[in-house]
Design a protein around this ligand. Sequence first.
Ligand code: NAG
Ligand code: NAG
Ligand code: NAG
Ligand code: NAG
Length: 398
Amino acid sequence: MAIVRFQRSKERPRSLIIPLFAVSAAALALLWIFYSSAIRASLFSYASPMGAATDSQKVMDPAGLDWKYLYWGNRIDCPGKHCDSCAGLGHQESSLRCALEEALFLQRVFVMPSRMCISATHNTKGILHQPSNSSSDEMWAASSCAMDSLYDLDLISSKVPVILDNSKIWFHIVSTSMKLGGKGVAPVQGVSRVDLKENSQYSNILLINRTASPLAWFMECKDRTNRSSVMLPHTFLPMMAAKKLREAADKITKILGDYDAIHVRRGDILKTRKDRFGVERSLHPHLDRDTRPEFIQQRIAKWIPPGRILFIASNERKPGFFSPLSVRYKLAYSSNFSDILDPVIENNYQLFMVERLILAGARTFVKTYKEDKHDLSLTDDPKKNTKNWQIPVFTMDG
Ligand SMILES: *[C@@H]1O[C@H](CO)[C@@H](O)[C@H](O)[C@H]1NC(C)=O
Ligand SMILES: *[C@@H]1O[C@H](CO)[C@@H](O)[C@H](O)[C@H]1NC(C)=O
Ligand SMILES: *[C@@H]1O[C@H](CO)[C@@H](O)[C@H](O)[C@H]1NC(C)=O
Ligand SMILES: *[C@@H]1O[C@H](CO)[C@@H](O)[C@H](O)[C@H]1NC(C)=O
């Protein structure tokens, strides 16, 4: 923030006031640095899941601000149909990002679920044992992983302060909120973000307990076509990977050196269904074609010259599926680095987090879908579910 302010002051038109202004801006910037590092220091202690300091010390931070909290429940996308099952990592991240944006907007500490659900269809690593005779809570524990095994909460807290819902500080906040009664906790459903911020009925309350849309948490952010209200980019959570995942990705990118990368989504998104005439139809009619090696090679030729190292991240499980590309490129997969990955990867969500960091480190990165106007993509089919089931195309001119 300090830097932003300082740069803005530089852009002002020249005048005699400038030297004086610059001096005061510098002083202001310095003040900001001290101020924000004090806040950050206090946030880091907040974020520590096993928090060493005593709870009462943590209710007030050194800058004298008392923190207020935002809670969306203990499972992403629950209540609703996603309490026992769940979506893939990307969907859950959209939901988590939506909640974090609200916390940022309200300047409240976000209470993060301490575990993230792992979708069975997105985990082929098969480490999930699901005891046949267990309670739904036990099932949940078996099909989920610790949030801090995916994300670095200290890193997240440097942008949006978070605590975990199994931390001491959270239990302290819950008991304090109950003692305070109406001033302690406000149950909220369907109240706008602006109201939560501006209406004193909510703004002064220690804990806002939101019941989010039963469809999915990210629905709370759906109607925001206003771009200026989107506060965290899609890349925010992927870049917040847990330290051991970032370290593994670093080791691999160092070994790869100067490389390009493609992310090839196949698997579940290729699903077709038969229409009433028995004809197969797909929501992404060109995707199956566009993600086959022959078509990938034609498509990426203009962006990636032959001889380059090409890192491929994909959910395609057929061995050797991408081998035809080895005629032009030196292929590498995460499986080439099992000595680095096996000791740290426990499930497919962690693997995908490492792969995303490797993809992000490539000189040229081609995504499956175009998500942003600057993206290179393998297909021109839109990512968004068009609800339009079409006949898949496998020829070049289709
Ligand atoms: C499941 O648990 C119940 C009660 O705890 C027990 O009676 C039953 O035999 C168990 N079934 C299996 C298959 O373990
Ligand atoms: C938040 O609200 C839900 C639903 O009303 C309730 O079950 C839960 O106990 C509340 N949690 C807290 C910490 O107030
Ligand atoms: C867009 O969002 C910003 C920040 O939340 C707000 O100040 C502005 O009034 C909004 N604009 C419209 C057109 O809603
Ligand atoms: C990665 O492994 C494949 C075989 O699975 C091999 O063909 C390829 O050369 C390896 N790539 C690197 C960079 O070691």
